[in-house]
Design a protein around this ligand. Structure first.
Ligand code: ATP
Ligand code: MG
Length: 469
């Protein structure tokens, strides 16, 4: 039998082993840690420990043997306990047997053997266990050929997939997530069971769904996950806005591109250039306004007028529905969606300084992210155009640097303050102040005057004269 002692080099495993001997228990490390060790995915942060007996008791014993006596967090309802060792979170659970009812993903639980516990695990690759017991330290227990599945990169359930997925539909999303994260394929029977049980996802909370979506989004090729969600019929349950982008309409011989597949390409493109999950979300949602704004006219063919504005409003609704944070992250995604066509307009027409200044003024600190999004948005299959668009964006990026070095438009502060305007013309609060301020800002953005005090002061005096002040 293969021995995995080398997986257990961290001192914490020796301590757990000592604790289990002292308590006379039977204990294993199980799940993600073992899987990721074999896949050489780097040291997993979290370690899951299963013991035939009380997980809480074992955790307390381990804590007492550790030099710094860490605090043990007990989750009574689940019969689990957690402690931190260095940067690692160690979870302790008693081996259990589970039985499910129709309307809940919370099973009835009774104590069980290691085998019972492995049976309740979601996938064969997550059911692998390594012994921490003295007489078998490092021995691997692999009742469902999980090692073979790691070799063939296969997602498979230990037991009947229909029962596994229906019992806890979160596993449906986990299957898609692991397939995406690890670049595995879902075994045929499992895949069919996913689709059959997709409707069960309705009993899963939005928070958990979003957790999994984030993990899909953070994967190297996120489209893999979204395509699986679409093929299994899961996607309409939580992202109907994306499904609405699917398909190509034809009228009088004119077509438009399939914005669903286009969107997924954009997400994959941006994933190569950023790890920022919110910028990846912006890529996923940048075209959602195209479904409700789509129109056909004989003159101009298919149009999506105002889709950026409509899309940015939809972002709020979508975040709210999925209980995602309605904070500055959401505002960031909204802003990206709202501005997603701006650099394109500049790059296709001539790249003037004033257009670039306006772009930087409106995008502020998000200008780099916006450019990254627009570059990812280039999905044309025509190599000439592909090159041309990228070159145009290079020009825009260059111009942004130039204009920024000279004019400091990012985080614009008016060079002449409202107070100074009031003092100079001896004004009472009123609309004149705003008019003059706006005129100065416009003159700077248009390049009529530089973004400097003296020039702005002189401009203010002129403007005052014009207004008869
Ligand atoms: P990662 O932490 O990288 O997401 P993981 O496999 O460690 O992957 P966790 O959610 O931390 O996943 O769960 C730890 C282990 O618990 C899994 O490996 C699996 O054995 C089991 N598990 C987690 N969620 C479920 C579930 N919904 N159904 C069955 N088993 C599960
Ligand atoms: Mg884990």
């Amino acid at each position: 039998m293969a021995n995995y002692k080398n997986a257990l080099n961290a001192p914490i495993f020796k301590t757990i082993s000592k604790a289990t001997e002292e308590l006379g228990l039977e204990t294993y490390v199980i799940g993600g840690f073992v899987r990721d060790y074999i896949l050489k995915r780097g040291d997993a942060k979290d370690i899951d420990i299963v013991t035939v007996g009380s997980g809480i008791e074992l955790a307390k014993k381990v804590a007492s043997l550790l030099p710094n006596n860490p605090k043990v967090q007990v989750f009574k309802t689940y019969g689990t306990a957690m402690l931190k060792s260095g940067t690692r979170e160690i979870e302790f659970v008693g081996a259990r047997k589970e039985s499910y009812t129709e309307n809940s993903r919370n099973p009835q639980v009774e104590n069980g053997s290691l085998q019972d516990d492995q049976n309740r695990r979601d996938f064969t690759i997550n059911a692998l266990a390594i012994s921490l017991n003295d007489n078998s330290f490092g021995e691997l227990l692999d009742p469902f050929e999980g090692i073979a599945d790691l070799g063939t990169k296969t997602i498979r359930t230990p037991l009947n997939p229909d029962i596994t997925y229906s019992d806890d539909p979160l596993r449906i999303l986990r299957a898609v997530r692991f397939a995406t994260q690890l670049d595995f394929k879902i075994e045929k029977e499992s895949f069919e069971a996913l689709s059959r049980n997709a409707y069960r996802i309705e009993i899963i909370t939005n928070e958990r769904i979003v957790d999994e979506l984030h993990k899909i989004m953070k994967s190297p090729v996120p489209s893999k996950g979204f395509l699986l969600l679409e093929k299994t019929g899961l996607l309409p349950h939580f992202l109907p806005e994306l499904i609405a982008l699917k398909g190509i309409d034809e009228k009088e011989g004119q077509t438009h591109k399939d914005n669903f597949y286009h969107t997924l390409e954009v997400v994959d493109n941006i994933a190569q250039n950023t790890d920022d999950v919110w910028l990846r979300w912006a890529a996923l949602l940048h075209d959602i306004g195209k479904a409700p704004t789509k129109k056909f006219s004989k003159k101009v063919g298919w149009t999506f007028h105002g889709h950026e504005f409509v899309g940015s409003k939809m972002v709020y609704k979508l975040f709210k529905r999925l209980r995602m944070p309605l904070n500055e992250k959401m505002k960031f995604v909204q802003k990206m969606v709202l501005m997603s066509s701006r650099p394109i307009v500049i790059a296709t027409e001539s790249v003037t300084d004033s257009a670039v200044r306006r772009l930087v003024f409106d995008a502020g600190d998000y200008i780099e992210d916006l450019m990254t999004l627009c570059e990812a948005d280039i999905t044309t299959k025509n190599p000439k155009r592909f090159k041309k668009y990228h070159n145009n964006f290079k020009v825009v990026r260059h111009k942004i640097k130039e204009v920024e070095a000279r004019d400091h438009i990012r985080n614009f502060q008016p060079p002449v303050s409202g107070d100074e305007i009031i003092k100079t013309f001896n004004l009472k609060p009123g609309r004149e102040i705003g008019i003059i301020k706006e005129a100065i800002k416009e003159a700077i953005l248009e390049g009529e005057i530089p973004n400097e005090y003296d020039a702005a002061y002189a401009f203010m005096i002129e403007k005052g004269k014009e207004l008869g002040l």
